[in-house]
Design a protein around this ligand. Structure first.
Ligand SMILES: NC(=O)c1ccc[n+]([C@@H]2O[C@H](COP(=O)([O-])OP(=O)(O)OC[C@H]3O[C@@H](n4cnc5c(N)ncnc54)[C@H](OP(=O)(O)O)[C@@H]3O)[C@@H](O)[C@H]2O)c1
Length: 223
């Protein structure tokens, strides 16, 4: 049986997707960065790995930990928010924290998991955001926007590297999680349902797109 790998599953969208795929009877491998977050997911039936995606040494053990697994779908969900407006310079620490979790972790994890997902004819999707798009730029959340734009480029640029792999970005919408905050408009269950529905429709020709939970799609690779 093929597995679904969810990177960043301790809470929010990663946790909800883990629960939803387990409820479908799927085999789920979920990663968390803190040891205390392992047991609740194990209790749900997931295989749980401890990986800090911002730490290359921690990510470097991923392929070894997944050895022998056939992975049909891998979701890079981990992400960190920074809401400082454009013009407010991020500190080195803020910059590193956001860029390491949102970009470096994906660039470290992708080469480790791509061969096994490609072999399974599978899909890898990175959680991006509408806020990544140049066309939707405004002054809010400067560093977060930069990080998700960089993540999009990491996805688009890697598409040629593994021709048998369907690699794309997802936008969950403004979702009711810790990150989404109290003003978020999309209930968590609706975002999860939409994302899972989108992922059942993904075809190889969708490589390099940013696909929103409601089914709307933006090409990252150009026409
Ligand atoms: N919610 C929204 O409105 C929204 C909109 C657009 C895009 N997104 C994107 O969707 C994804 C999930 O968002 P969310 O709303 O579920 O966020 P969330 O509730 O804040 O949860 C963030 C998750 O990422 C994990 N994470 C962060 N850095 C990590 C690291 N270095 N190693 C391992 N795990 C790490 C967190 O683990 P810990 O518990 O250990 O911190 C947590 O599980 C993010 O990439 C986010 O940018 C969200």
């Amino acid at each position: 049986m093929k597995s679904i790998l969810i990177l960043g599953a301790s809470r929010g969208l990663g946790r909800a997707l883990t629960e939803a795929y387990l409820a479908q009877g799927q085999r789920v491998i979920a990663t968390v960065r803190k040891s205390e977050d392992m047991a609740p997911l194990q209790a749900l039936g997931a295989q749980v790995l401890q990986v800090d995606l911002a730490d290359p040494a921690s990510v470097s053990g991923l392929a070894w930990q997944l050895d022998g697994k056939s992975i049909a779908l891998a979701l890079y969900v981990a992400g960190v928010w920074d809401g400082h407006a454009a013009g407010v310079p991020p500190t080195q620490q803020q910059f590193d924290q956001v860029m390491h979790s949102n970009v470096l972790g994906f660039m470290q994890a992708l080469p480790q998991i791509a061969p096994m997902v490609q072999e399974a004819g599978g899909v890898i999707a990175a959680f991006s955001s509408e806020m990544s798009l140049l066309g939707s730029a405004d002054e809010s959340a400067w560093l977060y926007r930069v990080s998700k734009a960089a993540l999009n480029m990491a996805v688009a640029s890697a598409c040629q590297q593994w021709p048998g792999l369907t690699l794309l970005a997802l936008d969950p919408g403004w979702t009711q999680t810790d990150m989404g905050g109290p003003g978020a408009t999309v209930p968590l269950a609706e975002s999860v349902r939409g994302l899972m529905n989108v992922l059942t429709q993904v075809q190889p020709e969708d490589r390099g797109s940013l696909w929103r939970y409601d089914g709307t799609k933006t090409e990252l690779l150009g026409a």
